[in-house]
Ligand binder design. Structure first.
Ligand code: NAP
Ligand code: ZN
Ligand code: ZN
Length: 347
């Protein structure tokens, strides 16, 4: 028996989201039913609603920054109980047997992880995300939200938090390292907080200086506008690590010029168009250009515990579900401070 659940969905590509009802599967032996309290709006939701990355599945209930409370558990569930505060991020399943799944890197599963929405689940049904009042998820893809974190400010950690934490850790951001974060939106502002908490010297590279005061308050040591060509001269050869969170194509050659020899530019932004690069910008200083996708389940739990320990939550603008379409326009205009979070009680 499926259960009807109130949700917000895009009925077709580029169409405004509207209230609807979806069916959630029966709570299986290893499933938890979560009463969703808050869902963050990630720029990836917008790319997919607009089919910017290719064909999507409609109707689509986006949302992969989910925070809520467990309201039912299947008989085989061992890790969660009714009343637990939990989160769900970008994945709800994977093969569980490949080398990456075994290593806790489910996001790189050779069969492809089952994404929280805009995917087909193992039951053959389309998956639906967090812009809804309830979700049923296998307990292995659910994480615990520590008591010290408010659920609304924790929701964006489930994608934006882990997507910045994972590469910052992998590329050793920490004391003595100069780290630049490009783009101070949803991902970027958490990247600043996390890199600062890891002990790195943090620089924000934003299109303008409009958000400079905020950036410095969030933990940045320096803040520069990329619209000013002098920035690229002044900062040439400065950074050990650059994390780009930009949702649009960038001139990566110009940013590689800001790295020290042996520095790395790690891109997590997922623009809809390809970029071109003169490879001499890598050869010169033995530089690395890398990518990174979200983070595994174990690492997501580690990130949440780290954020609780350091008092890190997202800077949010809490909205009603009826404001989602307006929020999308503001994200597209880089007018977000710094994550829209939907109060799912308003659905
Ligand atoms: P967001 O809140 O819109 O932030 C992106 C920021 O990039 C903007 O706030 C803006 O910062 C900057 N920006 C936007 N357009 C720009 C342009 N034309 N030139 C230079 N800078 C520009 O988006 P988000 O939710 O953080 O997501 C960012 C990107 O990461 C998206 O493409 C998303 O799909 C992707 N993503 C990837 C992963 C992954 O696993 N790799 C996970 C989640 C999201 P300033 O105003 O400071 O310049
Ligand atoms: Zn996301
Ligand atoms: Zn796998």
């Amino acid at each position: 028996m499926t259960t009807p659940v109130a949700a917000y969905a895009a009925p077709a590509a580029k169409a405004p989201l509207e209230r609807t009802t979806i069916e959630r599967r029966e709570v299986g032996a290893y499933d938890v039913l979560i009463d969703i309290k808050f869902a963050g709006i990630c720029h990836s939701d917008i790319h997919q609603v607009r089919e910017g990355w290719g064909e999507s599945i409609f109707p689509m209930v986006p949302g992969h920054e989910i925070a809520g409370v467990v309201s039912q558990v299947g008989p085989g569930v061992t890790r969660f109980a009714v009343g637990d505060r939990v989160g769900v991020g970008c994945m709800v399943d994977s093969c569980r047997t490949c080398e990456y799944c075994k290593a806790g890197l489910e996001q790189y599963c050779v069969e492809g992880a089952v994404m929280t929405y805009n995917a087909i689940g193992k039951d053959g049904q389309p998956t639906h995300g967090g812009y809804a009042q309830k979700i049923v998820v296998d307990e292995n893809y659910v994480v615990r939200i520590p008591d010290g974190l408010a659920l609304d400010k924790a929701a964006p950690l489930l994608c934006a938090g882990i997507t910045t934490y994972s590469p910052l850790k992998h590329w050793n951001a920490g004391p003595g390292k100069k780290v630049a974060v490009v783009g101070m939106g949803g991902l970027g502002h958490l990247g600043v907080k996390i890199a600062h908490a890891l002990g790195a010297e943090v620089t924000v590279l934003s299109q303008s200086l409009r958000k400079k005061d905020d950036g410095l308050k969030l933990g940045a040591d320096h803040y520069h506008a990329t619209s000013d060509p002098a920035t690229f001269e002044q900062l040439a050869g400065s950074f050990d690590l650059i994390l780009s969170t930009v949702s649009a194509p960038l001139d990566f050659g110009a940013y590689l010029g800001l790295l020290k020899t042996d520095g790395a530019l790690v891109n997590v932004g997922a623009p809809e168009e390809p970029v071109s690069l003169n490879l001499f910008s890598l050869i010169g200083g033995r530089k690395t250009l890398a990518g990174s996708s979200i983070g595994g389940i174990r690492e997501t739990q580690e990130m949440l515990d780290f954020c609780a320990e350091h008092g890190i939550g997202a800077e949010i603008e809490l909205i009603a579900a009826s404001e989602i379409n307006e929020a999308y326009e503001r994200v597209l205009a880089s007018d977000v401070r710094y994550r829209f979070v939907i109060d799912t009680a308003t659905i």
